[in-house]
Design a protein around this ligand. Structure first.
Ligand code: GSH
Length: 89
């Protein structure tokens, strides 16, 4: 997993009716982080792309420099660390 101590390209695969996704999106917003989003329900090809990259369709899935991180609690923990590190650099 890429470390949270430097700028990373972040892409969140999500859909809006998913409560775990909403939790991650809210947390990112609270931290002032803007994430590129891919919606696996409303966006053509996003779900297939997620399946190709992870072997499944579970969301939320955060890609950190292209590396997939699943599980909302783990994503939120990584984002908190990323936010605090980038604020001090
Ligand atoms: N433990 C996971 C649960 C995530 C989860 O259950 N996501 C659902 C949507 S709410 C999902 O991806 N279902 C499979 C699918 O939609 O293909 C987390 O906290 O992120």
């Amino acid at each position: 997993m890429p470390s949270a101590d430097q700028d990373r390209a972040l892409v969140l695969f999500k859909f809006d009716a998913c409560p775990f996704c909403v939790c991650v999106m809210r947390h990112a917003e609270e931290l002032g982080l803007e994430l590129e989003m891919r919606d696996t329900r409303s966006e053509d090809g996003a779900r297939d792309e997620l399946r190709e990259k992870t072997g499944g369709t579970q969301v939320p899935c955060l890609f950190i420099d292209g590396v997939a991180l699943l599980e909302s609690a783990d994503i939120n923990r990584w984002l908190s660390e990323y936010s605090s590190r980038s604020a001090t650099s």
